[in-house]
Design a protein around this ligand. Structure first.
Ligand code: FAD
Length: 541
């Protein structure tokens, strides 16, 4: 455990990409992942235990016992939560991380997403800031992610998005009744629309088959591997070099320093024994909450509040995506039972909305099992039992339309990951303590986007429409980001423009923690593009 060029903590979206880049550059690397290497066969396809409906649990780690977090509510009440409970802000823990069960939206961020403060000014009490890099700096990384992980779509149809230098490797997913209805609605309103870029094979690609449209997509493992995550693309590539050692079910608990220099990590192995590993470079890719927690857990004499935290930014600016949207019932059949079902999006409102800071993207929802429809798409005036409920389950599902999308959040320094010294995990370590609530500007954008969603549904033939419920609490969850923000000024950020923790030449981060803002789009392609950029830079130097 002492002869590695680099250690990567976390084999998710960022960690998986970094593993391939470094191993293929000839480096000997160790990847430490606290989840298991799961396959489709490990999953029961139980719609009550998925990352979209986790009533009784979920289908990846972390285990429900021994991994609590504390949530501080707006009124000060503290809740100790298990990973499947609301407010825990979970993402999937497994080889592949979130990408093992994600839906596969593969959006590039808009160029203005990288310069929100310059474009809109800084709203009061917010920490809105520009990234230290621009869209152009990530173009090569985006292109690598699109081609090396595998994205399907017709990129040039969204007129508000920049043109790609190179087309996507696969055509868009097939048409379906929802796209037919919603495209007519968008055209009637004069809105731009196009397909959703997806990390799903629409032709045989990179040795993986075409999607068989089973309909169990977001939240579930993919049965034939046609949905691309890091677990079935870049991580196998890293392993194929013979230079990558992947240990699963191991939890990193500390970054080890000698004379202030990162020299390795401490981790608990599968049996709960404490081990150490050493390397010349340490790369943290444990996701926005756990990467911040690791830096905080690694406090030492000269950084008593945590590594990289002398300016008090580690763990702050925690954000995710407010999901704005609406539901509608039409008189015609919108449901063909074929996955992934998602087929149309508009980027009309990502920027340029009068009086609004930013905006967001809207797309139709994935096709899913009936129980998810029951959980999500339920008219507000309908009882959940009795004959009408049965009729709605039988007929409403076919006639329902649901459009929603990520709203660009306005970050706040008070949305935060800290350590809770009273509540400990199964290794006796302080757990993540989450606090804060959505910035009022985020709620204004959300209300604007909810209205646009309802407008789109009505123009598409919906006779009855209703909006998603408004929430104001902390946002992080599956799109968690921002806790170790990049910046050129060490006083205002945690990492530099290459993901290097300020003051630590050989300690880097390559996950969603780096995002200064989280875009008005699903974040994973940006996380992958950043990991290509950061790991490529490391390998070169
Ligand atoms: C159901 C679902 C649907 C989603 N759909 C989409 C989508 O359609 N499009 C999109 O853009 N995004 C989507 N996402 C979000 C996307 O998956 C995440 O944004 C992305 O995976 C985050 O990447 P990351 O590298 O920051 O962290 P992760 O991918 O979460 O990887 C972090 C890894 O680190 C491991 N880890 C954590 N702590 C430790 C530790 N102490 N020691 C060792 N290992 C550790 C974790 O187990 C995990 O595997 C979805 C997520 C889920 C769960």
């Amino acid at each position: 455990m002492s002869d590695f060029d680099a250690i990567i903590v976390g084999a998710g979206a960022g960690g998986g990409v970094a593993a391939a880049v470094l191993a293929e550059a000839g480096l000997k690397i160790l990847v430490l992942e606290r989840g298991k290497a799961l396959s489709f066969a490990d999953e029961a396809r139980d719609p009550l235990r998925t990352h979209r409906n986790s009533l009784y649990g979920h289908n990846t780690g972390p285990a429900l016992e021994g991994n609590p977090r504390v949530l501080v509510e707006a009124d000060g009440e503290e809740k100790i939560l298990k990973p499947h409970q609301g407010g825990y802000q979970n993402n999937a823990s497994a080889v592949g991380g979130g990408t093992f069960v994600y839906g596969g939206h593969a959006w590039r961020f808009h160029p203005d997403d990288f310069r929100m403060a310059s474009r809109y000014g800084i709203p009061k009490d917010s920490s809105l800031a520009d990234w230290p890099i621009r869209y152009a700096d990530l173009e090569a990384g985006y292109e690598r992610a699109e081609w090396e992980i595998g994205v399907a779509g017709d990129a040039q149809t969204h007129k508000f998005m920049p043109r790609r230098a190179k087309a996507l490797p696969m055509p868009a997913l097939p048409d379906n009744p929802q796209r037919q209805s919603l495209s007519k609605g968008a055209a009637a309103l004069g809105w731009d629309w196009g397909p959703v870029p997806m990390l799903i094979n629409t032709k045989e690609y990179l040795g993986r088959p075409v999607c068989e449209q089973c309909g169990y997509c977001v939240g579930f493992a993919c049965p034939n591997g046609s949905r691309a995550g890091t677990h079935n693309t870049v991580i196998p590539r890293a392993m194929a070099t013979g230079r990558c050692t992947l240990l699963t079910q191991v939890t990193v608990s500390k970054v080890l320093l000698e004379a202030g220099k990162a020299v390795g990590v401490e981790f608990f192995d599968e049996n709960g024994s404490l081990q150490t590993a050493r390397a010349r470079q340490i790369l943290l890719c444990a996701g926005a909450i756990e990467t911040a927690r690791l830096l905080l857990l690694s406090a030492w004499d000269k950084e008593p509040k945590g590594i990289g935290n002398n300016s008090d930014h580690v763990g702050r600016h925690l954000q995710g995506h407010y999901y704005a949207g609406a539901f509608g019932l039409t008189e015609s059949n919108q449901f063909d039972g074929k996955g992934p079902g998602i087929s149309i999006a508009t980027t009309q409102f990502n920027h340029g909305n009068p009086g609004i800071v930013g905006g967001g993207m809207l797309a139709n929802e994935f096709c899913g099992p009936a129980l998810l429809h029951r959980a999500a798409t339920w008219p507000p005036d309908l009882k959940r039992w009795g004959l009408d409920a049965k009729r709605y389950m039988r007929e409403g599902r076919k006639r329902a339309l649901h459009v929603h999308g990520p709203v660009q959040e306005i970050p706040s320094p008070d949305c935060r990951v800290a350590l809770d010294h009273k509540v400990k995990d199964r290794f006796g370590l302080p757990v993540a303590r989450l606090s804060g609530s959505l910035h009022p500007e985020t709620l204004r954008v959300a209300a604007f986007m909810q209205d646009r969603a309802e407008e789109w549904l009505r123009a598409s033939g919906a006779k009855q429409t209703w909006q998603r419920q408004i929430w104001t609490g902390l946002s992080a969850g599956q799109h968690q980001a921002g806790t170790c923000r990049m910046g050129n000024d060490p006083e205002a950020s945690v990492c530099d423009a290459w993901g290097r923790v300020h003051g630590h030449e050989n300690l880097h981060i390559a996950d969603a923690s780096l995002h200064v803002t989280n875009g008005g789009f699903n974040p994973v392609l940006t996380i992958m593009a950043m990991a290509f950029r950061i790991a490529g830079h490391l390998a070169k130097n």
